[in-house]
Design a protein around this ligand. Structure first.
Ligand SMILES: [Zn+2]
Length: 246
């Protein structure tokens, strides 16, 4: 039978593991270093963010939806997909959207060495460079979102060393779940208030042309409803800038 001391040590270890999990996983935690996750001072501005593209089947239609509502989005690109779609990322930038690095192959970053992470960041950057565009920046640092939002202190140090600012989010829509519907995404996204950063997907790390039509349909509905309530949809660099001038 476990003694009270072993029990206490076990509880402490479980607590420490829970603590590490929380701060390495929860998008709004700042414990492992500052990240952009929401900008409450930004008034009635919201940022929509889309991960895991560019997706030739979904991103063009999504850009049309955004444009119909006068909205801009922020797209976190997987380098291996970006390398196949230079014209699509040129179009994203030309239409006023922000783009950021989401690694080349979408690894869980805390499980990789810092040299592997530098390689992931570099190869994604090279794909974007080859299209003749550049990542969007905040204070001179390029936007980067860690896959799955997973990070630890060494991950964030590598990002900073390489000139990136980590972008997380404050509203999760769970649009990657197999059972997702546009209605479920809408219900989640409608929790957003001014300054929130909403996580959505226009692609998948498993499939370059993944069906994200539920996310696109939900975007249309959320833009209609929240625009009517006086919200405006801007890129993450615009959201950060607005938070500073209010
Ligand atoms: Zn991702």
């Amino acid at each position: 039978m476990a003694s009270p001391v072993t029990k206490a040590l076990g509880a402490a270890a479980a607590g420490a593991a829970g603590f590490a999990w929380y701060h390495g996983q929860v998008p709004t935690s700042q414990f492992y270093g500052p990240t952009i996750c929401r900008v409450p001072e930004a008034g009635k501005l919201i940022a929509l963010t889309y991960d895991d593209g560019p997706n030739p089947e979904q991103t063009p239609g999504l850009m049309d939806v955004l444009e119909r509502h006068g909205a801009k989005g922020t797209f976190l690109l997987i380098g291996s997909w970006a390398a196949r779609e230079p014209e699509l990322i040129q179009e994203l930038v030309a239409r006023g959207h922000a783009i950021g690095n989401h690694t080349f192959t979408h690894p869980t970053m805390p499980l990789r060495s810092s040299s592997q992470l530098r390689e992931e960041l570099l190869r994604c950057r090279e794909a974007v460079d080859a299209a003749g565009v550049d990542f969007s920046r905040v204070d001179g640092e390029a936007l980067m979102r860690p896959p799955y939002g997973r990070r630890r202190p060494a991950t964030l140090r590598t990002l900073r060393d390489q000139g990136y600012v980590p972008l997380l989010w404050s509203i999760t829509c769970f649009d990657w779940r197999r059972t997702v519907t546009a209605d479920k995404i809408i219900r989640r996204a409608m929790r957003a208030e001014g300054g929130d950063i909403i996580l959505l997907h226009d692609g998948s790390h498993l499939d370059p042309a993944h069906d994200r039509s539920a996310s696109v349909t939900a975007t249309d509905a959320v833009l209609s409803r929240l625009t009517e309530q006086g919200y405006r949809f801007v890129t993450v660099p615009e959201l950060v800038a607005a938070g500073r001038t209010t």
